[in-house]
Design a protein around this ligand. Structure first.
Ligand SMILES: NC(=O)c1ccc[n+]([C@@H]2O[C@H](COP(=O)([O-])OP(=O)(O)OC[C@H]3O[C@@H](n4cnc5c(N)ncnc54)[C@H](O)[C@@H]3O)[C@@H](O)[C@H]2O)c1
Length: 325
């Protein structure tokens, strides 16, 4: 690729995350959004107008076949990741797919295999690694802050699911929604990145009466390769609770570290108080995410998370929710 020219990006899906990422791609000096697509015509037309009358369509095939795109970002609901990515792979365009990679393990496997065969960059949008708190947590762990790791716990509490700002038709469905599939995947990816392979042991899901609605609770036990236990404790629809909370805690023999609601990091070592570790808030993680994506497309060293990790996360998610093979 000629690195002096911006990477030409097409975006499929202009909902909650697609809209935000359109802004991120627009602001980044190395990328330029040149085509957008959404089934909601007004959404696609308006965004295209805002971006200077760029190409827009309501038919994703037209964007897939657009001749002047280097990269396509797929930001549609999970059941659509597979058909759209498989069509894109025929065109050899680079792909950034939203997480979760697919809506079943077999879909995820095929997407990974075909993307490898196509020889394209196949990135997946797991942005947590680029957040300052995660970088600090990783640095502390690597410097031996925890001592020997004893246990990892992921706790998720949602007063209601879907969350107030998330009223779309798929996020509460058993078919492709639920907080396990939607939220836990971010943390599964982080645990795998930090500690390697995870093996599920047992899962108990709590479901509402409506057979089409997603889970309202999960208790799960998993383990790392060395036997260190991982506990997942998640619950939604909690009367009286006002605020959601999500924490990932690592208990070690010498110290404890906890990432709380993504924006806070707590820690303490033997003889110290367990307290918030103040870290400068830095919103440039989006920029770093795109930098890594651009590096991968330009053939430079990159820490971009790709379909391999997407598949590894899917393996665990399918074991946690009612699996779709
Ligand atoms: N990486 C992250 O941090 C993160 C955060 C939120 C959501 N997500 C993921 O992003 C994806 C989208 O989530 P969302 O919250 O933006 O959903 P959303 O429902 O708000 O947006 C989806 C958009 O896709 C459009 N769409 C649906 N079918 C389409 C089709 N056939 N062709 C073109 N457009 C179509 C919808 O009209 C909508 O605008 C999901 O996979 C979700 O899990 C990732």
């Amino acid at each position: 690729m000629n690195s002096s020219l911006p990477i030409r990006v097409g975006i499929i899906g202009l909902g909650a995350i697609g809209e935000g990422m359109t802004q991120v791609f627009t602001e980044h000096q190395s990328t330029e959004v040149v085509a957008v697509c959404d089934v909601v015509e007004e959404r696609a037309r308006q965004r295209a107008t805002d971006l200077g009358n760029i190409f827009w369509t309501t038919n994703y095939q037209e964007l897939v076949n657009h001749p002047e795109l280097d990269l396509v970002y797929v930001a549609v609901p999970p059941v659509l990741h597979y058909p759209i990515v498989m069509d894109l792979l025929k065109t050899k365009k680079h792909i950034l797919c939203e997480k979760p990679l697919a809506n079943s393990l077999s879909e995820a496997k095929e997407m990974l295999e075909k993307a490898e065969e196509a020889g394209i960059v196949h990135a997946i949008h797991f942005p947590l690694s680029y957040i300052n708190n995660m970088k600090e947590l990783t640095a502390r762990m690597e410097s031996g802050y925890l001592g020997k790791l004893r246990r990892i716990e992921l706790e998720m509490r949602f007063p209601e699911w879907p969350r107030k700002w998330q009223k779309n038709d798929w996020i509460a469905s058993r078919e492709q929604g639920g907080f396990v599939f939607e939220v836990a995947g971010h943390f599964v990816q982080i645990i795998q990145q930090l500690f390697g392979k995870i093996t599920p042991i047992e899962t108990e899901l709590e479901y509402p009466e409506d057979p089409t609605s997603c889970e309202i609770g999960i208790l799960a036990k998993l383990k790392l390769e060395d036997g260190t236990p991982i506990l997942i404790n998640g619950i939604s629809q909690i009367p009286g609770l006002q605020e959601q909370s999500i924490s990932l805690t690592m208990y070690g023999t010498k110290g404890t570290l906890s990432l709380v609601d993504l924006v806070k990091l707590y820690g303490g070592q033997l003889g110290q108080e367990f307290a918030e570790i103040t870290i400068e808030k830095d919103m440039s993680f989006w920029e770093e995410f795109i930098n890594q994506l651009v590096n991968a497309i330009e053939g430079k060293p990159s820490s971009m998370i790709d379909f391999h990790q997407g598949y590894e996360v899917q393996l665990i998610l399918e074991a946690l929710r009612t699996p779709r093979n």
